[in-house]
Each structure stands twice: as C-alpha cells, then as structure tokens.
Design a protein around this ligand. Structure first.
Ligand SMILES: O=C(O)[C@H](CS(=O)(=O)O)OP(=O)(O)O
Ligand SMILES: [Mg+2]
Length: 242
C-alpha cells in the first residue's frame, strides 16, 4: 500500500480528507504536553482562548492551568507553556488545561477536518516524533486503511523552521525514506527564530532549558492522541503497544 503524505503550515491551513493527521508543535506546546504525560498527567484539555481556559478551570478546579500568550505565562495561570517547568511537577493522575498560540489552535482546526472521517489526530513535538511516526505505520500494518493511505502533517507555527524540520523527519520515518537525521533536526530547532528568545541571556523571562527539552529526541513510549469530547477537546497518551 502506498502512503501519500502532505505537509501544511499554520494554524488553519486547508486540510483535505485524510486517514490520519499529525499536528506538530516543537516549541513548545507538544513538548510541554509530552513532559506532562511523562510525569503522570491523565489528560490535557485544550482551550483555544484564555477565557475558555479559565472556564475549564472553574469546571475542573483540581486541574493545572497552563499556557501562554506571546510565549509568556498568562496572569492567574499555574504554569506557562514550559517543558522545563513541567519537568519539576508531579502530575500523577491530574488534568492539565492548555492554551497556546500555535499548537493548540492548529489541533482544534485539525480535529474539525478529521471529524467527518473519524480519523485519528496525533499531536507531537520532536521529543515524541518517533512514537507519532510509529503510530501511523501501525495503522497501516493493522490494515485499518485498505486503499492508499493519506496522512496530513501540520507544522503549526505559521513560518517556523522548527516544526517543518520535525515534519520532514516524521515523513521520512513513516515512509522509511532518507530524510533529515536527528542531529540535523536538533540543529534546525535550536537555530529557529522561535528558539532565539529562549537562548538570549538578556531575556530572563525565557528559559533556555525549554529549548533543550524541545530539541531532544525522546524515547518511543507513547503517542499523543487528540480527541473530540462532549465537554471539549482533549489529548490522551496512547501506549504504542495498546
Ligand atoms: O509559547 C510558545 O512556545 C509558542 C509561542 S512562540 O512561537 O514561542 O512565540 O506557542 P506554541 O503554541 O507552543 O507554538
Ligand atoms: Mg510552536
């Protein structure tokens, strides 16, 4: 069976019908999400707007409220959009509510495109890229798609090289073709425009360790699946062997 992979860029690119969608946000939303799951989070609820995030917090008072605008933690939130901060927190069984500029918005858009087919929507940073590619290969191997398989990759930053580098890496992994290697993707992430504010010692509001998390390849443990839900979209971690 052949696999047709398209790469789009931005929050709301036109998305054709596909058998699977992967929304990529390396800096930082889905690196942050992966660290929260690594540290025991049960689920991540997605909010497109700040007032929706506060409304979710009122409905789920025990949840951890996280997110950013202009890459800065929002007043009244527990956390920013920082993988380094998440790495210090025990999320055991807890819910994280997340609102971010690029990754969350692109995911909400992809969920709408995927709904008519009931196609899976994965979210990923580079840290989870191997697991995301493997999830798609397993869909194919399990024969769940019987004709030509169509996969849509969404590099969520409208202009960023970090998400495009990750998209090219995932495409190569899915197809088993030559593509950028881990070191090349790491370098493109570190050199991306979005990374520079974090790496600038004169901008202490930004944490350089966030880019260390975002640029590092993690173990192939679980894929992150975004799902529609009656009370709002959410992300769960799906063990690869499940
Ligand atoms: O907070 C972030 O890392 C970004 C905003 S920016 O690209 O760094 O300005 O939001 P995200 O939705 O994680 O891309
Ligand atoms: Mg981003």
């Amino acid at each position: 069976m052949t696999i047709d992979i398209q790469i789009s860029q931005g929050h709301e690119p036109p998305l054709d019908a596909a058998d699977a969608y992967i929304v990529i946000d390396v800096i930082r939303a889905f690196t942050t999400t992966q660290i929260a799951f690594d540290n025991g989070a049960a689920r991540v609820l997605l909010a497109g707007e700040v007032d929706e995030a506060f409304a979710l917090k009122r409905a789920h008072p025990d949840a951890i409220l996280a997110g950013e605008r202009d890459a800065i933690k929002i007043d009244g939130f527990d956390l920013g959009n920082s993988p380094a901060a998440c790495a210090t927190i025990d999320f055991a069984g807890r819910t994280m509510i997340l609102t971010t500029t690029n990754g969350v918005r692109a995911t909400l858009h992809a969920l709408k495109s995927a709904a008519p087919q009931g196609a899976p929507v994965l979210v990923t940073g580079f840290s989870n890229a191997l697991a995301s590619a493997r999830f798609v290969r397993e869909l194919q191997a399990q024969g769940r798609v019987t004709q030509k398989m169509r996969v849509h990759l969404v590099a969520s930053h409208p202009t960023g090289t970090e998400d495009m580098a990750c998209a090219e890496f995932i495409r190569a992994q899915i197809l088993g073709e030559a593509g950028p290697d881990t070191a090349q993707v790491t370098e493109r992430i570190r050199k991306s425009d979005a990374a520079q504010k974090f790496l600038d010692p004169e901008r202490p509001a930004f944490d350089a360790r966030d880019i260390d998390f975002c640029a590092a390849m993690g173990p192939e443990k679980f894929a992150m699946l975004a799902q529609p839900h009656p009370t709002g979209p959410r992300i769960i971690a799906r063990a690869l062997d499940a």
